[in-house]
Design a protein. Structure first.
Length: 287
């Protein structure tokens, strides 16, 4: 029987994250062969994951990275089974590494390399985990990217603005204004930037919902068709204003819309300013 030292057990534990007795038993089973012992522990970890594969991964965090030159940004959602693991330093470090790797390699979707990173940690801590989604946002020379992570990482935002005078994005006041737009998006979770960005089938679905509600409303009985059509259109317009970013009441002053807030700031800055895109991620909620 091979002589198993405490230092070997400690070394194997640090590398695999397995318990002290598990590491010692693995070394005993493999007669002190460190490589085989590590493989054995990994196989056990994978087996444990297999038994948990059906469990929901609704906890997790959102991670965001922007290149130093501001030319691109990446948003990542990493999931786990429990909030306890989502707050684990190793889990957080993994999310940061995944986001950094995706940014450096210009990745716009999860890859085998990134999934292996996630699986390695999942095997180590024996909890079902997953890289749920990832997106890349590019910025041209006249555009500016701003990011915001809410709370402990349950919501992540990237906002992209453009201007005919991109030098305004070097001003702290402009940066703060765009950041306030990110705060607004985090708070109100708009369905789309404006009405032109909404799928027509989705609009028809909402219209049908309002129509059914009106048919069940006794107050609507006996009203002429043209009146009902006007009421229906009014309800739909009101709802679209609530879910479209540019039509929503601005978080810093709900007396004006986001579109008006952008217009007012642009006039003050002496330049055109447009919100060209945004991305909203919330842990466990698909947009």
């Amino acid at each position: 029987m091979a002589d198993i030292s405490a230092s070997d057990v400690k070394k194997l534990r640090e590398k695999t994250g397995a318990g002290m007795m598990e590491c010692k038993n693995a070394l005993v089973s493999t007669e002190g062969d460190f490589v085989k012992a590590e493989k054995l522990l990994k196989e056990k970890g994978l087996a444990a994951l297999e038994s948990r594969a059906g469990r929901a991964t609704n906890q997790g965090k959102v991670f965001v990275k922007i290149k130093d030159d501001g030319s691109s940004a990446v948003l990542v959602e990493l999931n786990a089974e429990t909030d306890f693991v989502a707050r684990n330093p190793d889990f957080i470090a993994l999310g940061e590494t995944v986001a950094k790797t995706a940014l450096e390699k210009d990745l716009s979707a999860p890859t085998e390399e990134l999934n292996v990173m996630v699986q390695d940690l999942a095997t180590k801590i024996r909890e079902n985990m997953g890289l749920k989604r990832l997106c890349m946002v590019k910025a041209a020379s006249n555009e500016y990217l701003c990011q915001y992570i809410h709370g402990e990482g349950n919501i992540g935002i990237i906002v992209k603005c453009e201007s005919d005078k991109p030098e305004i994005f070097k001003n702290e006041e402009t940066k703060q204004f765009v950041f306030s737009l990110a705060l607004h998006i985090a708070a109100f979770n708009p369905h789309a930037l404006d009405r032109s960005k909404i799928d027509q089938n989705w609009i028809k679905e909402q219209e049908e919902i309002f129509r059914m509600q009106m048919q069940k409303d006794e107050k609507m009985a006996g009203k002429p068709e043209n009146v009902l059509a006007g009421i229906l259109q009014g309800k739909l317009n009101k709802y679209l204003a609530e879910v479209c970013l540019l039509d929503q009441g601005y978080v810093m002053d709900e007396k004006i819309t986001v579109a008006k807030a952008v217009e007012d700031f642009a006039k003050k800055a002496g330049a055109k300013l447009v919100i060209s895109n945004y991305v909203y991620y919330k842990v466990g909620v698909e947009a």
